[in-house]
Design a protein. Structure first.
Length: 188
């Protein structure tokens, strides 16, 4: 419990930054294509690390990746990769940095084919959030597995089933708030 006596998911009960994120963003259905792409890229950076670390560096990531505007990031070359690898404000993983650049190009290819990234993503759950089991322990899902495979076929990388599931939770495609959490009903 927190000072306001509302019950939250376990991961958001003791840290103010995580609590604010949980209460205002996590699990709220996101429909903006660019925002969905940004959040997917951040979830890729989170792999193997804590979400709190990524959240605390989110603004530095936004500056480093030009506001996560795919049309700019897609043009990054070796010079920009070198600058990003030297940027102490972000996670300096060459694999993850290069994945963001590839994913910007894949995102633009979807647009150039006349598709909407948000539509593609939300079609995977028939346009409405899927209810999780409320346990707070799920790390994968069938819809996450399927969307991961679809994104990979479209040229995305660093979008495995665990990353995609976590991203779907964060963006409200899967309502995985714990059963007792006051936010669970929000995503129904």
């Amino acid at each position: 419990m927190t000072s306001d006596d509302r019950t939250r998911c376990h991961w958001a009960r003791t840290d103010a930054l995580l609590q604010a994120y949980h209460d205002t963003e996590w699990g709220v259905p996101e429909h903006d294509s660019r925002a969905l792409w940004e959040k997917l890229m951040l979830d890729g950076f989170q792999a193997g690390l804590s979400w709190r670390l990524i959240l605390s560096r989110r603004e530095a990531f936004r500056v480093a990746f030009a506001g996560f505007r795919p049309e700019i990031v897609a043009g990054y070359g070796e010079k920009e990769v070198g600058q990003l690898l030297a940027n102490q404000g972000i996670i300096r993983s060459q694999t993850k940095i290069r994945a963001v650049i590839r994913n910007a190009r894949a995102y633009l290819a979807i647009q150039e084919a006349g598709e909407d990234f948000s539509g593609l993503v939300w079609d995977s759950v028939q346009g409405k959030p899927v209810m999780g089991d409320g346990s707070g322990t799920a790390t994968r899902s069938m819809v996450g597995n399927e969307l991961s495979a679809s994104l990979k076929k479209r040229g995305f990388s660093f979008v495995g089933p665990v990353i995609v599931h976590a991203w779907m939770q964060a963006c409200g495609l899967i309502n995985d708030h714990e059963t007792e959490c006051f936010c669970r009903i929000r995503g129904k």
